[in-house]
Write a protein that binds this ligand. Structure first.
Ligand SMILES: *[C@@H]1O[C@H](CO)[C@@H](O)[C@H](O)[C@H]1NC(C)=O
Ligand SMILES: *[C@@H]1O[C@H](CO)[C@@H](O)[C@H](O)[C@H]1NC(C)=O
Ligand SMILES: *[C@@H]1O[C@H](CO)[C@@H](O)[C@H](O)[C@H]1NC(C)=O
Ligand SMILES: *[C@@H]1O[C@H](CO)[C@@H](O)[C@H](O)[C@H]1NC(C)=O
Length: 492
């Protein structure tokens, strides 16, 4: 199939999904129908035996001898990896990377790839329909392992990508007892968004359900990844909408690239998870927040009372809280990890500040390295004049403990809009030079998300706290009590 046909096909798939989502009202059955029985033979449990992924592995069956041959170790962890809807009918490259990352991290674990490729290579609504059967099959396999091998269900971890996440949900629903953990990697959205708990992955499907959402941007009324939170924790890297390095603007918005962009955004969940398996010591954190807007404003960088967590494999189970949503920003490629800072500063409007409309740039000087000039994104578009403003600053490099901050601003007069305005002004009053706005900033309070350290920075020259556009002032740690000690050490 060429790209255009594929593009067309995928749109048809989603359109079909939408229609059937409205009409369908399938009743859950917890036993196999004749049709499911026919399909059961198609589902294969491929236990990986060596890191050499070209080796076939061993097919698990509900048969004691087979388990022994495969070297199934019932006291070790058991990790099932479940793929999603497929067009090619083959394992894609992410599967190989994920399997290898899991095996390297958990060397003794039973790593089993659930192969339901023939049922997944269908029209999307049919593949969705099959998630129920596949989930039931996994539950049956796990029940048998419990009976025959006294497999402790709390050692079982199901990892499902896209539709595979909902397969895991069904497995959790139908198994006898409670599975230890289910990880949903960008669980599929079409036909699952807004449906009741029992028809999709949900927090009661396992003791701990953690979800990464990477492609929840809506197009034509659907999003490929589910938008709503469906786990005990739901992590939305980069708001879960657009992943850096994938966006249309970066990949050119031609139709043939649509699939590439989609794959890049949807699969980012798997790649973030891979990295979390490989980097036990350099973990990315996500911060609890009621929504992406508050996070972008820098309000949510707290780790108090378990408000932050590691992302991916290293996530810890947390007590139920009023929101399961967590956020972080990432870099465009590996290592995706970056560093978050909350900056709070009171902006005094001094001269002509009413029309200042400033944008800030900061440069951070750390014990290890310095950043470039970072544009400070003002989330709601305007800096509150004569108010304390909070910003989120993200750096790709680890600069170490902060030593200095250089701050500059540009006013309206630098934007095109205002060039036009000032031209008009000059036209009417050509002999008056427009007065420059002046802002005053005395202190910047900074909190580093990754270390939870707080510092207060004061203007290096206390007599020079007023800044005109284009100027910069440097802030250093205030002489008295510049470090605000965290109340308690956070072990992450
Ligand atoms: C089975 O797994 C357990 C726990 O990881 C380990 O202690 C034991 O050595 C393993 N047994 C075999 C035969 O590999
Ligand atoms: C789902 O599959 C069952 C058989 O397993 C079938 O009876 C039913 O019509 C299917 N539903 C849809 C919406 O395709
Ligand atoms: C900020 O306060 C100064 C003096 O306190 C005042 O002159 C200025 O108009 C205020 N600016 C705004 C935008 O409120
Ligand atoms: C400092 O950061 C720059 C990028 O900003 C990077 O190229 C350089 O390798 C870093 N140096 C150290 C010592 O980490």
């Amino acid at each position: 199939m060429n790209h255009k046909t594929r593009l067309l096909w995928i749109f048809l798939q989603y359109a079909a999904a939408l229609f059937s989502a409205r009409g369908e009202n399938a009743v859950l059955k917890d036993e196999f129908s004749t049709e499911s029985k026919r399909l059961l033979g198609i589902i294969k449990y491929n236990m990986r035996k060596s890191l050499d992924l070209d080796q076939e592995g061993c097919y698990l069956q509900m048969d004691k001898e087979c388990l022994e041959e495969c070297g199934f170790n019932a006291t070790a962890k058991t990790i099932f990896i479940i793929h999603g809807w497929t067009m090619s009918g083959m394992f894609e490259s992410w599967m190989h990377k994920l399997v290898s990352a899991v095996m390297q991290r958990e060397r003794e674990a039973n790593v089993v790839v659930v192969d339901w490729l023939t049922m997944a290579q269908q029209l999307y609504p049919d593949a969705v329909n099959h998630t129920h059967t596949v989930g039931l099959s996994i539950a049956t396999m796990l029940n048998w392992l419990q009976d025959e091998q006294q497999l402790p269900l709390e050692n079982v971890h199901l990892i499902g990508y896209s539709l595979g996440a909902h397969v895991a949900g069904y497995a959790g629903t139908y198994v006898r007892g409670t599975i230890g953990r289910i990880t949903g990697l960008d669980p599929a959205g079409p036909m699952f968004e807004g449906v009741t708990d029992e028809k999709r992955l949900s927090p009661d499907d396992a003791d701990f359900v953690d979800v990464l959402h990477t492609y929840t941007r809506e197009a034509l009324g659907v999003s490929i990844g589910i938008q709503q939170p469906i786990g005990d924790i739901d992590i939305y890297p980069n708001s879960g909408e657009v992943q850096p390095g994938c966006a249309f603007s970066e990949v050119l918005a031609v139709a043939s690239n649509f699939m590439e962009v989609m794959k890049c955004e949807h699969e980012r969940a798997v790649h973030l998870f891979d990295l979390s398996l490989m980097n036990k010591d350099h973990m990315s954190f996500a911060f609890q927040c009621t929504g992406p807007d508050r996070f972008k404003k820098g309000i949510c960088l707290s780790c108090r009372k378990n408000r932050c967590n590691n992302i991916g494999y290293n996530s810890r189970k947390m007590r139920k809280r009023h929101t399961s949503k967590m956020y972080l920003k990432t870099r465009a490629d590996t290592p995706f990890r970056g560093y978050h800072y909350q900056m709070k500063m009171h902006v005094f409007g001094r001269k002509q500040s009413d029309s200042a409309d400033p944008t800030f740039h900061v440069k951070l000087y750390g014990a290890h390295n310095d950043t470039g000039n970072i544009f400070v994104n003002v989330y709601d578009g305007t800096v509150g004049m004569n108010l304390t403003n909070t910003f989120l600053v993200f750096t790709e490099e680890d600069v170490g403990d902060l030593l200095k901050i250089r701050l500059s601003w540009e006013g309206e007069s630098e934007s095109w809009n205002s060039v036009w305005k000032s031209l008009k002004q000059r036209f009417w009053a050509w002999n008056t030079i427009p007065a420059k706005s002046v802002l005053e900033i005395r202190r910047i309070r900074v909190k580093a998300g990754e270390t939870q350290k707080k510092f207060t920075f004061c203007a290096q020259d206390p007599s020079k706290t007023e800044i005109s556009p284009g100027e910069a002032i440097t802030f250093v740690k205030c002489l008295d009590g510049w470090e605000v000690k965290p109340r308690k050490r956070y072990r992450l």
